[in-house]
Structure formats: structure tokens, C-alpha cells
Design a protein around this ligand. Structure first.
Ligand SMILES: Cc1ncc(COP(=O)(O)O)c(C=O)c1O
Length: 412
């Protein structure tokens, strides 16, 4: 359907029938900017400013410590967790919000490895996001496991009954490739291993059904497609079936069964509350809670349909009009996340030239221009116009302007 969007007029027509068109008004966006970096830092939901003001001035400033009960601070991590859970196919009581993705990855991988004692291997994606690889390295060292780095399609060939844990990301952060989650999860389980999914580039970008998938754990951030704001807290998913047996390594007092009993030894809280660690970043989490209300009126199927229509439109545009670039994002729609990555030797300079023209994408070393699609607040016309600006930057050679060379600007 969407490959028919081959002109600016067709893009404008697609906007006219876009079921998500009204959601854009729920964001505060700068005029004149086309923002293709919502896969790095999502936009500001309009409700957040008042929510933060309330959190600071009323809840903290006036109610002080009574807010733990009177303003429900204590129940916030699980409450926000359930809101996130609704977007990733997790029934209530299985997602807990807090800390960073890196911390939650450590928590998940050690907890999962302890479910498979005697097994000797941890498998991860050797092209995965750096933090995922670094945490996997550390967990392997800590637990005496061998770390094996693969590409996800190699999993069936390399997994064995030595494998304790498989740790993968749903969407490749560079290429935008969306892996086959059901097949890879089934492969892990057939070998008797457990699997963690990092959903940083999937949550809020496309429908994921964690319960249906039978994932053993999952983690993700909230500052990308969930628009939680800079440094907003991450989350962990632990399905009900593992909440009894799992032993999480980060045994902070908020995860204790009786946090105010002040016992000298740790007894985990029942259910998902055991995944709490220490005192949460309340202000950030209250901002996130408000940002997540945008999703109340949104269907993830509409998000996916618009995302695919836009990325198809971009790929077709690149094929037609950008002969010097290579589209590295997969063309089959079921293999594509919510971004388009274009390879060109001058990707850094082209990215800077785009930013100077108020089209914001990002650069991933060594040679990728990454254009993220956040369907909640992008229009078809904007994305079309961004591609036209890119064509102009490439055809005119504007990217060769010394102002766009590495080191010439503070913007990276
Ligand atoms: C797959 C993946 N994992 C983790 C992170 C970031 O981890 P943290 O939130 O701890 O900075 C990112 C950030 O882009 C990511 O893409």
C-alpha cells in the first residue's frame, strides 16, 4: 500500500487519512524541525511539564515525605511497570520500572543464569549495543561462564545444552533489523536455555507480545519511543512463572519482603516487587508516568502500520533518488524495526548538513546515517520533506562544507 507514496502530494494525502494524526497535538514540538531521532530521545509529551511541576512543587515541596503514601510514590514503579507492560504484551504484575537499561540487563542476566546452574555458556549478539555486550562480558566473568558472540540467525547452529542464557536485542540499533523473536525464543527453549530480550528499540515502536512469546525476561529503556525524557528510568519484565524461582542479584531494600522491618538479611518481596532495587528516581518516573498517558488513545497496530508505511516510503525514495547510498535496513517489512539506516562514506558530514537544515537524524560509526521514525508525532509530509532535504544535501555536495566536517561543530 505504502509503496504508493511516491510524491509529496501522496504523502499529504496519507496524512489526511492517518488514524494517528491527532496524537501529534499531544506533544510539544519545536517549529520548523523534522525530528528523526525519536529512536534516541523521544519528544516531549505536552502533559509532562505540568506533571513535573506538580511533582516538584506540590508533592515534594508541600507534602514532603508524606508523599510516599499520600501521593502513592511507593507504588509508582509497579504502576508505571504495568503501563509499560500494556505496550509490550505483558499482563499486569510482571514489569517493574526503575534504574537504567544497563542495570536491568545485569539484573536479568544474572537472575536468568542462576535458573540454569551447571550450564557454562552465555550467548549474545556480537553486533549488539555496546552496553549489552559489556554487561554480558561482566556477567560471564562474574559467574564463570563462557561468552559467545554471534549474529542472531546463527543461534540454531551454535546453541547447545551448555547454553544457560541467550541475550539478544529485538531490533538491531544500527541497521534497524527486527529479528524473528518467536523463532529465536523457541530455539533457546528447545535447547533448554532461557532468553532475555532487550526491547530498547522495540517498545512503543512495534507490537511485542512478551507473554505470548514465552520470553524469560526482557528489559528496555523509556526515553526513546516511550518519550519518558532524558535519562528516564528503564524497566524489567519477569514473567509470573519465574517470579518464584528467580534470585535477582541486586538485592536492595525496596525489593525486600518487609522493607521497613530493617532485617539484616534479604528476603525477596513476592511478585514483581522483588525487582525493585533502591529508592527510585521519583521525579523522572513521575514525568514518565505522565508521558505514557499518550498511549491511552493509541493502537500499536496503527503505530506499526504507519511506521512501516513511512520506512517503505523512505526506502523507495532512496532507491529512486539517492543512487549513491546503500539502504542497509531490511526491505521485507516483517524484518524491519522503526528506522531506516543509509550507508554512505560521508554519513557523518551528511548528518551534520541535515541538522543545519533542521532535519535531525543521527550518525552511527563508521558510515551510517540513521533516520528514526516515531509515528506518534511525525507526519508523512515531514518525512517526505526530510528525504528531499537529504537528496539536496547529497546532490549539491553541501555535506562537503567544512562546517560539517568532524571536529568542526559541537553537535554530534
Ligand atoms: C539496545 C540498547 N540497549 C541499551 C541501551 C542503553 O542503555 P542505558 O539506558 O543503560 O544507557 C540502548 C541505547 O540506545 C540500546 O539501544
Amino acid at each position: 500500500v505504502s509503496s504508493e507514496i511516491a510524491s509529496r502530494d501522496a504523502a499529504i494525502e496519507a496524512d489526511a487519512t492517518d488514524p494517528l494524526a491527532s496524537v501529534r497535538a499531544r506533544f510539544t514540538l519545536p517549529d520548523g524541525v523534522i525530528y528523526l531521532d525519536g529512536n534516541s530521545l523521544g519528544a516531549l509529551a505536552a502533559s509532562v511539564s505540568a506533571a513535573v511541576d506538580d511533582a516538584v512543587n506540590r508533592q515534594w515541596g508541600r507534602d514532603l515525605i508524606t508523599s510516599w503514601n499520600d501521593n502513592d510514590w511507593w507504588t509508582l514503579p509497579a504502576r508505571v511497570g504495568d503501563r509499560i507492560g500494556a505496550l509490550i504484551g505483558a499482563a499486569p504484575g510482571q514489569v517493574l520500572c526503575g534504574d537504567s537499561t544497563s542495570v536491568q540487563l545485569f539484573q536479568a542476566l544474572v537472575g536468568l543464569a542462576r535458573l540454569r546452574p551447571g550450564r557454562t555458556e552465555l550467548i549474545t549478539d556480537g553486533a549488539g549495543f555496546p552496553t549489552d555486550q559489556y554487561v554480558a562480558e561482566s556477567v560471564a566473568r562474574l559467574l564463570g561462564l563462557t561468552l559467545r558472540r554471534i549474529t542472531p540467525p546463527e543461534l540454531p547452529a551454535v546453541i547447545s545444552d551448555d547454553t544457560a542464557v541467550v541475550a539478544l536485542s529485538a531490533v538491531d540499533y544500527r541497521t534497524g533489523e527486527y529479528w524473528d523473536l518467536p523463532a529465536l525464543t523457541a530455539t533457546a527453549h528447545a535447547a533448554g536455555a532461557v532468553i532475555n530480550w532487550d526491547l530498547c528499540h522495540a517498545a512503543g515502536a512495534l507490537p511485542v507480545e512478551l507473554d505470548e512469546l514465552g520470553a524469560d525476561a526482557a528489559v528496555g529503556c523509556t526515553y526513546k519511543y516511550l518519550n519518558g525524557g532524558p535519562g528516564s528510568p528503564a524497566w524489567i519484565y519477569l514473567p509470573h512463572r519465574h517470579q518464584g524461582p528467580i534470585e535477582l542479584p541486586l538485592t536492595g531494600w525496596h525489593g525486600h519482603a518487609d522493607p521497613f522491618g530493617l532485617a539484616p538479611s534479604f528476603t525477596p518481596a513476592p511478585g514483581i516487587e522483588q525487582a525493585r532495587i533502591g529508592t527510585p528516581a521519583l521525579l523522572s518516573m513521575l514525568a514518565l508516568e505522565s508521558a505514557l498517558t499518550v498511549w491511552d488513545a493509541v493502537s500499536l497496530d496503527d503505530v506499526r502500520a504507519k511506521s512501516l508505511a513511512l520506512t517503505e516510503m523512505m526506502i523507495a525514495f532512496a532507491d529512486r533518488s539517492l543512487p549513491s547510498v546503500e539502504v542497509v535496513t531490511p526491505r521485507p517489512s516483517e524484518r524491519r524495526g522503526s528506522q531506516v539506516a543509509l550507508r554512505m562514506p560521508y554519513a557523518y558530514e551528511a548528518c551534520q548538513a541535515l541538522i543545519a537544515r533542521r532535519v535531525i537524524g543521527d550518525f552511527r560509526a563508521p558510515d551510517l546515517l540513521r533516520l528514526g521514525i516515531a509515528p506518534l508525532y511525525l507526519t508523512y509530509r515531514q518525512v517526505w520533506d526530510a528525504m528531499e532535504v537529504l537528496r539536496d544535501v547529497l546532490e549539491s555536495g553541501a555535506y562537503r562544507d567544512p562546517a560539517h566536517a568532524r571536529g568542526a561543530s559541537a553537535v554530534t
